[in-house]
Design a protein around this ligand. Structure first.
Ligand code: BG6
Length: 300
């Protein structure tokens, strides 16, 4: 059983990581030479990442609620083992259960370059087994440094193939959504979820001036969130993902959500590295699948 006391005894590292309680949940607080960050053990949910001397790169809603069994609005929710609604069971949670159940810390390390590495493993429960009756292990590795690297690894420990959908559903902080352009998706086909799931094709960069909810296919290239007012670009590199979701709820939907903050939609955009819709992964027995991302900030 993990408690703050024994987590600190076993995994705290001076000038890198310590563990605290926040609203009844356990949180890893990272503060190293390069950045600060926080990761909630519920969901292994990275909530914040701010490179030193910069604006936050990962956006956490000012109205985010930390509560047992509830997903946190903002950060990088881990969606697994399905993305979006479950294919057949409408009462199963959207985006899977990984983001709302407990994970355990299985390692922390100070890396040579000054970054902090942490690893978490999902703890299966009766409820998760009822929704996902397969033998497998899910591990999230995170490196907090000048870049933020995340690796979500699914190991099939059973004797039959498993098929998963997953996502690192990152919420990025932007100065003003109206001024932002997202590059790297030009030419990609997409499903437009706010337009009856119409099939479309992206022409040029993505700009957002209304609700946007799209699943882009064949997206292996880096995405760049260009933010002239903050004079920076956020670069999103990824492996193990052939689809990308771009989402901003805009005003009306944000108002209904209740945890996005008054003008939260104005300061965030989700660019999610996914295996979504048809882009699911089948993992053979004893094989693993890794969804890997690197987020970096470049001057612009
Ligand atoms: C996006 C979906 O990935 O997540 C949207 O494409 C959804 O349709 C959004 O609204 C937020 O989902 P949730 O479950 O965190 O409110």
């Amino acid at each position: 059983m993990q408690t703050i006391k024994n987590l600190n005894a076993r995994y705290a590292i001076a000038n890198h990581v310590s563990f605290k309680e926040s609203d009844g949940l356990m949180v890893a607080e990272i503060d190293n030479a390069h950045a600060t960050a926080s990761i909630c053990l519920q969901g292994a949910h990275l909530m914040t990442w701010t490179p030193k001397g910069q604006q936050p790169v990962i956006w956490l809603s000012p109205a985010a609620k930390l509560a047992p069994g509830k997903s946190i609005r903002g950060g990088v929710p881990v969606c697994w083992p399905w993305f979006g609604p479950h294919a057949t069971q409408s009462n199963f949670p959207g985006h899977g259960f990984a983001r709302t159940v407990m994970w355990e810390v299985i390692g922390t390390r100070a890396l040579k370059d000054g970054a902090t590495w942490l690893a978490f493993r999902l703890v299966p429960t009766e409820a998760t087994r009822a929704q996902w009756p397969h033998s497998c292990e899910l591990v999230l590795q995170v490196a907090i440094g000048t870049t933020l690297d995340m690796d979500l690894g699914t190991l099939n420990t059973g004797s039959t193939p498993i098929t998963i959908g997953d996502a690192l559903h990152a919420y990025f902080a932007v100065s003003d959504i109206a001024q932002v352009a997202i590059h790297g998706l030009g030419g990609a086909p997409y499903i437009d979820k706010v337009n009856g799931s119409a099939q479309k094709q992206q022409a040029g960069p993505v700009s957002i001036d209304q609700e946007v909810d799209r699943i882009y296919y064949n997206t292996g290239r880096d995405c760049l969130i260009e933010d002239p007012a903050w004079k920076r670009r956020i670069r999103i590199a990824k492996l193990g993902s052939r689809s990308t979701v771009v989402w901003n709820p805009w005003v009306e939907k944000a108002n209904k959500m209740g945890d996005l903050g008054e003008d939260g939609y104005h300061h965030m955009v989700c660019v999610e590295s996914t295996n979504a819709a048809d882009d699911v992964m089948t993992i053979a027995p004893q094989q693993e699948h890794h969804l890997w991302v690197r987020y970096a900030v470049e001057a612009f």
